[in-house]
Design a protein around this ligand. Structure first.
Ligand code: BG6
Length: 294
């Protein structure tokens, strides 16, 4: 409790932002303003929910999600870093999503949005997995729109490469009726077909397992959801790849209930596959996404 009290004293904002023990006892920041409600777990700097006022929740969180120290959470926005996808015996999607982050700053901006800044640095455990010195910072701006900026700074003496994702799980009414707009004409690597390089013709619809790394995607994507009668716009910067993922019915996952795949789609703001980022000592890279209901 001492830890939570100290967080509230240092970073709480009366009536808008408070820290508490969340699911599984993990510390969370709970945000409630006239613009939006949201919850962020300090483990992984993981945005668990975001709901603009007067709207339905925008993010999807599995009903079977596990909340435990060192375990990734299924849903919300996992931060995949410093690698995206599987890496030999080191696991999938890097370690940032499993590590405890610290709170660096909080504020209410001029527009009444909560700005929360979380950070992560190298230690013995991260060096055992990835032997580099770094400073990683996630800034979340939570209002009627959601802005996420992940800044990587190379604080070491040698260059390093990263791949990464703001692995955003969106809630949809029915995946079979959902379409993703904005990728027509883009090439993609299809993970369900041994990374075959194919081209997207027209808008993207879903009729089975979908796991694709779209390349050279700098423009906005739109998720068209006729069931929830809304369109979600994803704008981004510092990212040239977009991953679209839905596991469909056949893939059994302990932290996803049967049938739940129908209510979600991941459209991930990435630097993935050939889109790795190289940072020389002292250099910083910013990956950002802005999510809005159109
Ligand atoms: C996606 C990948 O980004 O994440 C998929 O493209 C993967 O291949 C999915 O299955 C979920 O990964 P994880 O590690 O959270 O189960």
């Amino acid at each position: 409790m001492h830890f939570i009290n100290a967080l509230n004293q240092g970073f709480g904002i009366a009536g808008c932002l408070q820290f508490e023990a969340g699911p599984g006892g993990l510390p969370v920041a709970t945000i409630g303003t006239a613009q939006a409600s949201a919850q962020v777990a300090l483990q992984g700097a993981h945005l668990l929910s975001w709901q603009p006022a007067g709207q339905q929740p925008v993010l999807w969180l599995s009903s079977a999600a596990e909340f435990a120290p060192g375990k990734p959470v299924r849903g919300g926005v996992p931060v995949c870093w410093p690698w995206f996808g599987p890496l030999a015996d080191k696991g999938q999607h890097g370690f940032a999503r499993n590590r405890p982050w610290s709170v660096r700053a909080s504020a209410l901006d001029a527009e009444g949005r909560v700005v929360l800044c979380l950070g992560l640095g190298a230690d013995g455990q991260t060096r055992a997995l990835w032997d580099h010195d770094f400073d990683l910072e996630l800034q979340l701006t939570l209002g009627q729109t959601l802005e996420m900026t992940l800044r990587t700074r190379n604080t070491g003496a040698a260059a390093f490469d990263i791949t990464q994702a703001l692995h955003t799980y969106f809630r949809v009414g029915d995946i079979g009726q959902t379409r993703v707009l904005g990728l027509a004409g883009c090439d993609y690597l299809d993970k369900t077909q041994a990374m075959a390089r194919l081209t997207q013709h027209g808008d993207l619809g879903f009729g089975g397992e979908t796991d694709r790394v779209y390349l050279d995607t700098a423009g906005d994507c739109l998720i068209d959801d006729p069931v929830l009668r809304r369109r979600i716009r994803i704008a981004k910067a510092g990212s040239r790849s977009t991953v679209v993922w839905n596991p469909w019915a056949d893939k059994v996952m302990a932290d996803m209930a049967p049938g739940e795949y129908a209510g979600m789609v991941c459209v991930e703001t990435c630097n993935a596959g050939p889109d790795a980022v190289t940072l020389a000592p002292g250099q910083t890279h910013a990956l950002s996404a802005r999510i809005a209901l159109d």
